[in-house]
Design a protein around this ligand. Structure first.
Ligand code: SF4
Length: 198
């Protein structure tokens, strides 16, 4: 590619095409199989702290702090309203407490890969509809409140201040069925600013 074309490309990029974010390596656990070598005290020197992390902004300057002001919110634990093309693995209400996290992660990764294929194919950005996300969370919370985690009389770190577990009540099979294919009618579509490609 001629040097001038390459230069134009870089000068006109408004943002990185892809950012991945491992939130912390300072994990409470120290699993031998951990592929990131996370453990207590293993925080990297350039990690964002909590306050900095919550300042990450999406459309119209809405921050993670704003989105989570009334409690954890997500769309199927993999996306967030007002955050176009922001995808998570095992986000809020992702853990189940009764099934393998590896299985959950596989379901989430497949779903996110489906979303990425879609945005690449259509050259757009997507973010889940806020109302749909809130409705799904309300549904999860209603079901979760009927599980043994809430009704068995135990106290655990899964329970929020209302005594509702921050857990997905679905079995792995149910979750896999519900998330087999992304439902793009649940997403708002955003056009991307033009990028100079040649
Ligand atoms: S595998 Fe997960 S839980 Fe275990 S140390 Fe690594 S990040 Fe923490």
């Amino acid at each position: 590619m001629p040097e001038t074309v390459e230069k134009n490309r870089i000068d006109n990029l408004k943002a990185p095409l892809l950012v991945s974010w491992q939130i912390t390596r300072d994990c409470d656990l120290a699993c031998l199989h951990c592929c990131t070598e996370s453990a207590p005290g293993k925080r990297l020197s350039d990690e964002l702290d909590r306050e900095e992390s919550m300042k990450v902004v999406g459309e119209n300057g809405i921050s993670l702090d704003d989105i989570w002001a009334d409690g954890p919110l997500s769309y199927r634990s993999v996306a967030l309203p007002h955050m176009p093309n922001f995808f998570m693995i095992n986000g809020p209400y992702g853990p189940s407490g009764s099934t393998s996290v590896v299985g959950l992660i596989e379901v989430h990764v497949d779903y996110v890969m489906g979303c990425l294929d879609y945005v690449l194919q259509h050259g757009c950005a997507i973010s889940p509809c806020p109302k749909r996300s809130a409705a799904l969370i309300a549904e999860i919370r209603a079901r979760s409140a009927r599980t043994i985690w809430a009704t068995g009389g135990c106290k655990s770190w899964y329970l929020d201040r209302h005594g509702v577990p921050l857990l997905n009540p679905l079995s792995l099979d149910q979750l896999g069925e519900e998330m087999r294919h992304p439902d793009f009618s649940d997403f708002l579509h955003h056009t991307l600013p033009d990028r100079q490609t040649a």
